[in-house]
Design a protein around this ligand. Structure first.
Ligand code: COA
Length: 260
């Protein structure tokens, strides 16, 4: 499938999706959002993909936000629909049945921070900058930022970022739990690929159920979440990967997982 605003590549069962508008700091225009949705729908369905890495082209930005030239034209109903449509794209990322790792290689502002939040794991280069600067435009975050940021870093820290519009540098983002790891500038993609490789080497039936179980954490009570966990645990026990993984351990050899 061909794209104009993103580049996708599959290697070693890892799909890299690169948002490719570096001259606009990878700002998310409608065409890019639509291509992202397509790319994640395809990654979810592809038998050749176990893990997805999402990044931005160039040295400066992951994504510098929703495209402000498009935002500027919105009215009340259009704005609501725009936010709902953007949220649906980010939902497709979060609900991708395969782990999605954001390699944040620079500015992750507004929709860029939100898209990183929709990924399951975030790896930031030391020059990464996170922020929800929408109030500076007379807006609030509309692609899930008020909800996912608060769930990740807590209501107080999210409130501060969203109410002030102030940016958070990579080291601070790590300290508050916004990112999993910080690496030297220029290495976020290679770090993300290394983590993706580790994930791709595991039993993929288990990884897929783990994605669903972890995703359920904000949707359910603890009691319901534990029921979901037990059900997926049981389903794993019916997989060939489970038989292989446990046999390999007991036979003191490396497992040869088939993803079945
Ligand atoms: N939407 C549309 N265009 C954007 C953009 C966005 N969110 N962010 C950057 N761009 C464009 C700029 O307009 C500029 O285009 P031009 O060369 O045609 O004028 C190009 O990307 C480079 O950005 P520029 O502002 O010149 O780079 P900078 O290094 O001076 O500043 C930022 C970088 C990220 C601080 C600055 O671009 C910025 O504040 N962007 C908007 C961030 C934002 O508010 N995001 C939330 C939107 S809801």
């Amino acid at each position: 499938m061909s794209y104009e605003n993103i580049v996708t590549e599959i290697s070693d069962r890892i799909q890299t999706v690169t948002i490719n508008r570096p001259e606009k700091l990878n700002a998310l225009n409608l065409a890019t959002l639509s291509e992202l949705r397509r790319a994640f729908t395809e990654a979810a369905a592809s038998a050749d993909v176990d893990v997805v890495v999402l990044t931005g082209a160039g040295e400066k930005a992951f994504v510098a936000g929703a495209d402000i030239s498009e935002l500027a034209r919105l009215d009340v109903l259009g704005g609501r629909q725009y936010a709902l449509d953007g949220q649906a794209v980010l939902d497709a990322i979060e609900k991708c049945p395969k782990p999605v790792i954001a390699a944040v290689n620079g500015y992750a502002l507004g929709g860029g921070c939100e898209i990183a939040l929709a990924c399951h794991i975030r790896i930031a280069s030391e020059n990464a900058v996170f922020g929800q600067p929408e109030v500076k435009l007379g807006l609030i975050p509309g692609f899930g930022g008020t909800q996912r940021l608060a769930r990740l870093v807590g209501k107080g820290r999210a409130a501060e970022m969203i109410f002030t519009g102030a940016n958070v540098k990579a080291d601070e983002a790590f300290r508050i739990g916004l990112v999993n790891k910080v690496c030297p500038a220029g290495e976020s993609v290679s770090e993300a690929l290394a983590m993706a490789k580790t994930i791709a080497a595991q039993g993929q039936v288990a990884v897929r159920y783990a994605v669903e179980a972890v995703n359920a954490v904000h949707e359910t009570s603890l009691e319901q979440g534990l029921v979901i966990e037990a059900s997926y645990f049981g389903l794993c026990c019916g997989s060939e990967d489970f038989k292989e993984g446990t046999s390999a351990f007991l036979e003191k050899r490396k497992p040869n997982f088939t993803g079945k």
